[in-house]
Design a protein around this ligand. Structure first.
Ligand code: IMP
Ligand code: MG
Length: 180
């Protein structure tokens, strides 16, 4: 098996690029169907979502806006539990149908922070979409409107997701190798 070394850890192949592509396409088609008559503002959460957003909006073949905010909750492979806004929203989003595009929802701490940030913004609707979801870890009572793939509680890298800065450029998803 073609294991990959990033910093001190080994990662093994987990999800192939073509499966991600099909998942992203399906998410876009679902949203096109459901958001008929709307002109959504898609907001990607940086850095992890950049690849997902780029592929997603090319599949979303209806008028829409695209923007990004930057938050951080992770250092290494364990969540700090502390999330803070780094780069805020520039535009006025009042009255808009906002769809948050997340790379992955793990504990849901980031999602909670997103809800905090958007709750006073008078948006028409706030919807949450995530490419990857770890149902075994998520403990929050918050709705996730669109889920690409549910995965086991494994640390993954690739397709925008990193381990301490590395791995974002990989087209496939790799998972942390836990034993030899
Ligand atoms: P949460 O706040 O615990 O839900 O985590 C959200 C953020 O943590 C994501 O946007 C990612 O940046 C990061 N994250 C969570 N799980 C993973 C993983 O398996 N690999 C890489 N980053 C992750
Ligand atoms: Mg990250």
């Amino acid at each position: 098996m073609d294991a990959l070394k990033l910093h001190d850890k080994f990662f093994i192949p987990f999800i192939k690029a073509h499966e991600i592509e099909a998942t992203v396409k399906k998410m876009a088609q679902d949203m096109v169907a459901e958001l008929q008559g709307e002109q959504p503002l898609f907001i990607g959460i940086l850095n992890g979502s950049f690849m997902f957003v780029a592929d997603f909006v090319r599949q979303y073949n209806k008028p829409c806006e695209v923007s990004f905010v930057k938050l951080a909750s992770y250092q290494g492979t364990a969540t700090t539990g502390k999330v803070k806004e780094l780069v805020g929203l520039q535009e006025n989003i009042e009255g808009k149908t906002v769809v948050i595009l997340e790379d992955i929802i793990d504990t849901g701490n980031t999602l909670e922070e997103i809800h905090q940030i958007f709750k006073d913004k008078k948006v028409k609707a706030l919807k949450i979409a995530t490419l990857f979801f770890k149902p075994d870890v998520f403990k929050k009572d918050l709705k996730i409107d669109y889920i690409g793939l549910s995965i086991p509680n494994k640390f993954i890298v690739g397709y925008g997701l990193d381990y301490d800065g590395l791995g974002r450029n990989l087209s496939d998803i790799y998972q942390l190798k836990t034993s030899n």
